[in-house]
Ligand binder design. Structure first.
Ligand SMILES: [Zn+2]
Length: 473
């Protein structure tokens, strides 16, 4: 409940990774909004984090963001201006967390980048999808960077990089060439996951590389003097091939077939849970360790209420599987599309109203202004006109963005849902998904209860919001 009737306090949040220029841009975009909407400067507070890449640091490590969230929680801020979604968070999990703080405290959020789609206060699913878009974009940029790295690696095991003028060539190192060839050939001949794992173990010591690195080599077409992108394989003429593309593809098929077993054998040891659980008393559970086993227990009064990380993660994984199997892409799509077309209609209506106002104002100015009158009477309607024209422009931009989103939405929902259902997820993606789908995990003495988001998108309501999934001993 809000007791103070004071005008809105506006926060401006900026995050810059390296360039000072970048901050200027974010500040200018925010200032332009503040000026056009006549927000008094004394009610504006600036927060900025520097030299911080959101993709690398956790929320807690971004000091000013935390300060701002604190101020929001203490009711000191009720409007936020930010350049774009990716300034706040680079993964859905963090974004959802921040989103909940906004919702809880009724914060009006405004994104000021010209291509930003407005904040969807009433559609959390759409906001989640939009944040996934942002991540996808960040991933594409990363991919482009890594593409050039893949084409011209600075170091690659087994090769010597020769540079002459602008020409770069890669030659195999003679001393290791035979051993490397044997490694690839042996791997291409295995018939079972066990054989593959023991082959990897053998070459671990021979080549002095760990299992992860060996697997990476097997998955790198550079050794067949090829590069792979979305349009297929391309020969790299400046690379001396160690194996043929045929052998490479044969190995690739085997790695795919034995994927699960390999993952198990080379899985990194996880110490923490996908989602930190709550105790039934409401307090967050604490991670502890006894010898080699990590487990969570109540940090408050119920020390005996425990669950091991392995058990909890297993239960979470099963829940995710169940949720994703009942997640309906067509349902998500149609709901989002309906919502967007409603928004578009609203925008068109708003724009119509503004257009009529502009026309009336122009007529008014033309009728009442003559060069004989002082300029004072003219400046006010003129300012008003400028303001309305700016609003009109903003609405047009929003309409265009919504139209684009409408076109993209089926694409993105299909990709996301398909990946999820086929379980082609990396450990990190799985973590991200857990946090986007599961709101809370509560551990009581006998059960684990999952509270989930996206209830409206399940087929036949297979997944109720709360469900007992797993019983402890
Ligand atoms: Zn407790």
């Amino acid at each position: 409940m809000k007791l103070n009737i004071s005008p809105k306090t506006t926060a401006v949040y900026m995050r810059v990774s390296t360039h000072a220029q970048n901050e200027e841009m974010q500040r200018a975009a925010a200032m332009s909004y503040i000026n056009t909407h006549k927000i008094p400067m004394e009610s504006v507070k600036f927060y900025s984090d520097h030299g911080v890449s959101a993709s690398k640091l956790t929320l807690l490590q971004r000091k000013d963001l935390m300060n701002m969230l604190d101020d929001i929680q203490n009711g000191k801020v009720n409007r936020l201006i930010c350049y774009s979604r990716d300034r706040l968070a680079r993964n859905t999990f963090e974004y959802m967390k921040i989103l909940h703080t906004f919702k809880e405290h009724d914060v009006e959020v405004i994104y000021v980048a010209t291509n930003s789609i407005p904040f969807q206060a009433n559609n959390i699913v759409l906001e989640a999808l939009l944040s996934m878009f942002t991540q996808q974009e960040a991933m594409t940029i990363q991919m482009r960077k890594s593409d050039s790295h893949k084409l011209f690696p600075v170091h690659i095991f087994g090769y010597e990089r020769l540079k002459e003028g602008n020409k770069i060539e890669y030659k195999l190192k003679l001393e290791i060439r035979n051993q490397l060839t044997d490694f690839f050939m042996d791997c291409s001949e295995v018939d079972s996951p066990e054989q593959l794992i023991s082959t990897l173990a053998k070459y671990k010591s021979l080549l002095k590389r760990n299992g992860d690195k060996l697997l990476k080599m097997l998955r790198n077409p550079f050794y067949a003097a090829h590069h792979k992108n979305s349009s297929g394989y391309h020969a790299l003429h400046y690379v001396e091939p160690l194996i043929s593309l045929g052998i490479y593809q044969l190995i690739e098929q085997k790695l795919l077939r034995f994927r699960k077993e390999i993952e198990c054998a080379f899985k990194p040891v996880t110490n923490d849970a996908y989602i930190v659980p709550y105790c039934h008393c409401g307090s967050i559970m604490k991670l502890r360790k006894i010898e080699n086993e990590a487990y969570y227990s109540c940090s408050h009064k119920h020390k005996k209420n425990q669950i091991s990380v392995a058990e909890l993660n297993q239960a979470t994984k099963e829940k995710i599987k169940e949720i994703t199997q009942s997640l309906s892409p067509s349902l998500i799509e149609s709901k989002c599309l309906n919502y967007i077309s409603r928004l578009r209609k609203q925008m068109v209506q708003k724009r119509g109203i503004i257009e009529r106002k502009i026309n009336a104002l122009c007529l008014n100015i033309a009728m009442n202004h003559s060069p004989l009158h002082g300029s004072i009477s003219f400046s006010r309607p003129y300012e008003e006109l400028q303001f309305m024209k700016k609003q009109q422009e903003e609405l047009k931009e929003t309409e265009r963005n919504l139209e684009q989103l409408q076109q993209e939405i089926s694409q993105i929902t299909n990709v996301v849902v398909q990946q999820v259902q086929e379980q082609l997820l990396s450990e990190n993606q799985l973590r991200m998904l857990c946090n986007s789908l599961i709101k809370n995990v509560c551990v009581s003495n006998e059960e684990v209860i999952f509270e989930i988001y996206f209830k409206d998108f399940m087929r036949h309501g297979v997944c109720p919001g709360k469900e007992i999934q797993y019983a402890c001993k």
